[in-house]
Design a protein around this ligand. Structure first.
Ligand code: FNR
Length: 357
């Protein structure tokens, strides 16, 4: 018996129920991080490290949380981050996630590694929007892992465009997969268990031939993301995609400046939820660095941040420091896992300041 969804009042409250319902393997996949977890810990801790300087005796009778993301208005300055294979946590996968966040008028980014097909996700989205007739509708963006061949990339980008996604968020921090320690431990355990079983049953293939045996060369699955991608590739991507482009995974001021020079519409300061580079800077650190070394960036493109944002206070700090909006990942995934779309709605509520209050 899970606690009633209404008992989840802060985003962290979704973690325990998700852990209870998810098979151990998928719990590990969603919660894992690079190496010893310092990047992930830094993401969470850093938001608590900076403090507000509250001003008093100002008229705050009415506050307004509205903003726009790449020209698409939204009630709240946060959106649902790109997360792959939602089918691992809910059988209706991205469809169920959409049913939840569209009810709250949130925007969302769909991952290249989605369980459901690009067009099916858009159909589900359009249907939900139509049914709700929301005064502040949601928008769907697409997160791109650039395939290794240009031909495959062109086919994918054309598909995304034809389906009607409103922006391309190109993930640039994953030329090789991070060392996800918890995943590796689990896989090593499984391989070992199979090996032990094999001792008893000589008919079974050796553990090393099993798909779950640890076989880490470092590269991500071929075809998912091209490791030879450079700034120059933005040129031909631009020819295929005329809509806005956001670079997801910018982690220093120099690259923020380059993104500006290459005409990107946005950058997302992110270390991939602490899953990629060990001791990567948190988005907050990168945000502060950009404010110091190239503040002109904020006037030229939209700056987004993600990683470890768990509370309205975190979101507000990011906005105060110049971010346009923030992405939230794991809390939404855990809410989906435990409670489906109702959980996703509830998760959105648990961080938001009701408009006009
Ligand atoms: C991710 N993230 C991610 N990013 C991306 O560009 N493509 C993807 O397919 C995925 N998949 C994915 C799966 C899971 C299980 C997680 C937890 C994360 C990273 C994601 O977009 C985002 O950067 C972080 O999740 C934000 O950090 P928090 O909010 O999870 O702390």
């Amino acid at each position: 018996e899970l606690p009633h969804v209404s008992l989840c009042v802060v985003t962290d409250d979704f973690q325990a129920p998700a852990k209870r319902v998810l098979p151990h393997r998928f719990w590990t996949y969603t919660s894992t991080s690079a190496n010893s977890g310092l990047s992930l810990k830094g993401n969470i801790d850093d938001w608590g490290r900076i403090k507000f300087r509250p001003r008093i005796l100002r008229d705050v009778e009415t506050v307004d949380t509205r903003t726009s993301i790449l020209g698409h208005r939204t009630m709240y300055p946060f959106y649902v981050s790109a997360m792959g294979t939602m089918g691992n946590v809910h059988e209706e996968a991205e469809y169920e996630m959409i049913r939840g966040f569209v009810k709250r008028g949130l925007h969302g980014v769909i991952s290249t590694a989605s369980t459901k097909p690009i067009e099916g996700i858009m159909d589900c989205f359009v249907e939900e929007q139509g049914r709700l007739n929301n005064a502040s509708p949601s928008t769907l963006f697409y997160q791109l892992y650039l395939p290794t061949s240009r031909e495959k990339a062109a086919t994918l980008i054309k598909k995304v465009k034809a389906a009607g996604y409103k922006g391309l968020w190109i993930t640039v921090d994953t030329p090789v997969l991070g060392k996800r320690t918890a995943d590796r431990v689990l896989q090593a355990r499984e391989a070992l268990a199979m090996g032990l079983e094999q001792d008893r049953n000589p008919e079974r293939p050796p553990a090393s031939e099993n798909a779950f045996a640890p076989a880490y060369g470092g590269r991500v699955t071929p075809g998912m993301l091209s490791a030879s991608t450079t700034w120059e590739d933005l040129g031909w991507i631009r020819e295929l995609w005329q809509g806005p482009i956001v670079l997801k995974g910018v982690q220093c001021a120099e690259d923020a400046k380059l993104a500006m020079q290459y005409g990107c519409e946005g950058i997302l300061l992110s270390n991939h939820g602490g899953r990629q580079l060990h001791t990567a800077p948190s988005a907050l650190m990168t945000l502060l660095e950009i404010r110091t070394y190239c503040p002109e960036v904020f006037g030229k493109l939209e700056v987004f941040v993600d990683g470890g944002l768990r509370d309205g206070a975190d979101v507000l700090k990011a906005i105060c420091l110049g971010a346009r909006a923030v992405g939230v990942g794991r809390p939404f995934l855990w809410a989906l896992a435990a409670y489906g779309s109702r959980g996703v709605e509830r998760c959105a509520d648990s961080r938001s300041i009701p408009y006009g209050h």
